[in-house]
Design a binder for this molecule. Sequence first.
Ligand SMILES: N[C@@H](CCC(=O)N[C@@H](CS)C(=O)NCC(=O)O)C(=O)O
Length: 237
Amino acid sequence: MRKLRQICQTGLGISLRLSFVGGTDMATENKLKLYSHWISSCSFRVRFALNLKGLPYDYQIVTTFSEPEFLKLNPIGFVPVLVDGDSVIADSFAIIMYLEDKYPHPPLLPHDILKRAINFQAVTIVSSSIQPFQNYTVVKYIGEKIGPDEKLPWTQRVIGKGFTALEKLLKNHAGRYATGDEIFLADMFLAPQLDAAIRRFNVDMKEFPTLSRLHEAYNEIPAFREALPENQPDAVH
Ligand SMILES: N[C@@H](CCC(=O)N[C@@H](CS)C(=O)NCC(=O)O)C(=O)O
């Protein structure tokens, strides 16, 4: 299989890395493009979903979030962004639901309506009640306005609060994964958040036995491991 990697720098300073894996250039042009940053847990969610669904994609490295060319894709200046032909979708939840509608196999939502609701609840805890409070901009602001020593305790506190809610919610619903023995939407959001909490922010997990067990289970899934930050082309080791 032919593998050609091309790195280009646009005039506006956004680094794009295009990977061509086999096939024709025409096929490559039609491939999904994911604007991602290696350490972004929101990008990680989408990488995990794309890998699970077996969808090849071109990884587009975003290094500067405020560049006009990137803001044209997502005016709020956040990764991830998915480009599918002429369609541009920003926000990890919207992207994953788009993928789910367009490529329904394997399904990321259960049929059972309670289980679906629990998936949405877990997703919302991660995406609305944890990640926004520990987003890069927020933590940088805290470091600058309050002091650099406050950055880690703040991050650990907001993650711990969210994990307390998730542990309580999922201990009654989890099987091998968050809501049973199949991987669903909740896992797409939970797995990257757990990885960041444990390996990056050194969160004390002793109060969270269900979440700790889920973290171990995720690490055995190839689609998850391939999506890990350190396995991305822009990873800084
Ligand atoms: N709700 C959005 C949040 C996106 C978001 O906060 N992305 C972070 C990375 S995980 C980002 O781009 N941060 C850049 C910044 O704070 O300037 C999503 O789920 O995609």
